[in-house]
Ligand binder design. Structure first.
Ligand code: 13P
Ligand code: SF4
Length: 298
């Protein structure tokens, strides 16, 4: 299967991009593995004819928006992100009416339609820097309320309004004080994603995006790490840093991230299914917001 996939990649001049939460056998066949910002930036740089995104739908949509003339496919059509569905275009329009002086910052974990209504997008790696780059005092920020809270704590001079108030990722919302206590008992460094609840963030040693975890781990240290995010992240870190100890929470599984299997990847390369198709005007407006984010930098 692996040999066939490699051959198909060459034959189709395809690039395979995988998120850090993808199953390891998919990561092993990918040309790019990274967090959502890295995938967005690399999608923009590629010269491939076919871009296969192994992740969830918003990641494939972002790659398509940045590469409107290339064919972008997602191997499993219904691999979505429940967090993205918290924010609707109507919510953004209504919030803008109520807060005409506010800027709208939309997390990339969102639909293309929501991005099209944003002033700028952000990822968990650059959310603070993006908000900091705006002159507006008030920021409408969605859909993740825990990430909004993280930005608010980092930038107390701003007023961050979460949109909607309770938007969350069920995987990260599942981390609790009991997980912190268990980790503290065993010892080590707790590294948590900013989508985790505030009480967990406050007690963690570090807060980082998945790409930030890869970079921070590269700096070394021999303490075990508790990786408070989707459990595959710890597997990825073990591959990258074989001498180190990384603990995961076995229950922290993003079901949609596990939908893509090797046969799905082979089928996608062979048949070019399932192509991401979006209305051109939505793509144009969303691209402006994503490119503004990329211009500010990670
Ligand atoms: P990162 O941008 O940190 O990779 O996060 C994406 C995501 O889906 C988190 O659950
Ligand atoms: Fe969405 Fe959460 Fe899965 Fe990330 S882990 S893709 S935020 S559901």
């Amino acid at each position: 299967m692996e040999k066939e996939i490699r051959a198909l990649k060459a034959q189709k001049n395809a690039v395979v991009m995988a998120h850090n939460y993808q199953p390891l056998e998919i990561q092993a066949l990918a040309d790019v593995v990274g967090d959502s910002l890295e995938l967005a930036v690399k999608a923009k740089e590629t010269a491939a004819d076919l871009i296969v995104v192994c992740g969830v739908r918003f990641m494939a949509e972002t790659a398509k928006i940045l590469n409107p003339d290339r064919k972008v496919v997602i191997p499993v059509e219904d691999a979505g992100c429940p967090l993205a569905d918290f924010l609707t275009p109507d919510m953004i329009r209504e919030a803008r009416r109520r807060h005409p002086d506010a800027a709208v910052v939309v997390y990339v974990n969102s639909t293309a339609e929501s991005k099209a209504l944003a002033d700028v997008t952000c990822t968990s790696a650059n959310a603070v820097r993006i908000v900091q780059s705006l002159s507006n005092d008030t920021i409408l920020f969605g859909p993740d309320a825990n990430l909004a809270g993280y930005v608010q704590r980092e930038l107390p001079e701003k007023t961050i309004i979460p949109l909607p108030p309770g938007g969350h990722c069920y995987v990260h919302a599942g981390f609790t004080l009991a997980d912190v206590e268990a980790a503290r008992k065993k010892g080590g460094t707790i590294v948590c994603h900013p989508e985790c609840p505030p009480e967990v963030q406050e007690r963690a040693d570090r807060i980082a995006s998945t790409g930030g975890m890869v970079r921070d781990a590269a700096a070394g240290g021999d303490e075990p790490w508790w990786v408070f995010t989707e459990r595959e992240m710890a597997s990825r870190l073990r591959v990258l840093y074989p001498g180190r100890v990384f603990y995961e929470k076995p229950e922290a599984v993003c079901a949609d991230m596990k939908k893509i299997s090797l046969p799905d990847l082979r089928r996608a390369l062979e048949s070019g299914e399932h192509e991401v198709v979006l209305p051109p005007d939505v793509m144009d407006r969303a691209r402006r917001a994503i490119e503004r984010m990329i211009a500010v930098g990670a």
